[in-house]
Design a protein around this ligand. Structure first.
Ligand SMILES: Nc1ncnc2c1ncn2[C@@H]1O[C@H](COP(=O)(O)OP(=O)(O)O)[C@@H](O)[C@H]1O
Ligand SMILES: [Mg+2]
Length: 166
């Protein structure tokens, strides 16, 4: 597998419900070792996406932003779910966390503010950059690096999701 196998697609969602549906679509395809790297300003919807994802893999109860705990682990009925928020972590601190145990573990990982620790991310991952466009509208840039992520992005594009070169 090569990281040169890469695909990017832009999807504009009109409602929170569409974000939830996309999270469920990704959750359905997730496996042990799946890694999602989320970025976007405060309020873009990184945590909301993570909550919908968690629900879709069968995590019961409340999933909050792990800003202060950095990493929270949940048991889903389908897979364990590792939810990270690295906003307050320095690179040297992040390097001490042993993140590879999560990335290459039994569960699926979502990292909020992932670009802050880019050198520590696994080479194959699905990146999602969310931009607030007013109201519930969000512009989502999906970048699949390596497989199966690049294929997922091609499928998302073909599903008739709105692509936008602007
Ligand atoms: N299309 C959408 N996708 C995601 N969140 C949305 C959407 N529309 C409205 N929201 C709202 O925007 C807020 C996003 O907050 P949050 O997920 O905490 O952002 P972040 O984690 O990126 O800082 C939530 O209150 C959510 O209900
Ligand atoms: Mg958040």
């Amino acid at each position: 597998m090569s990281t040169s196998d890469r695909h990017e697609t832009v999807i504009t969602v009109k409602s929170e419900q569409e974000t939830i549906a996309l999270a469920a679509w990704i959750a359905e395809r997730s496996q042990p070792g799946t890694v999602l790297a989320l970025d976007g300003d405060l309020g873009a919807g990184k945590t909301r996406f993570s909550q919908a994802f968690a629900a879709a893999i069968g995590v019961a109860g409340v999933v909050n932003s792990p800003t202060f705990t950095i990493i929270k682990e949940y048991e889903g009925t389908k897979l364990p779910f590792y939810h990270m928020d690295v906003y307050r972590v320095s690179m040297p601190e992040a390097d001490e966390l042993g993140l590879d145990d999560y990335f290459f573990g039994e569960g699926v990982t979502i990292v909020e503010w992932a670009s802050l620790i880019e050198p520590l991310l696994p080479p194959h991952r699905l990146e999602l950059y969310i931009e607030h466009c007013g109201g519930e509208e969000r512009r989502m840039t999906w970048t699949g690096i390596g497989q199966p992520y690049a294929a997922w992005c091609r499928q998302l594009e073909q599903m008739g999701a709105i692509t936008d070169e602007s």
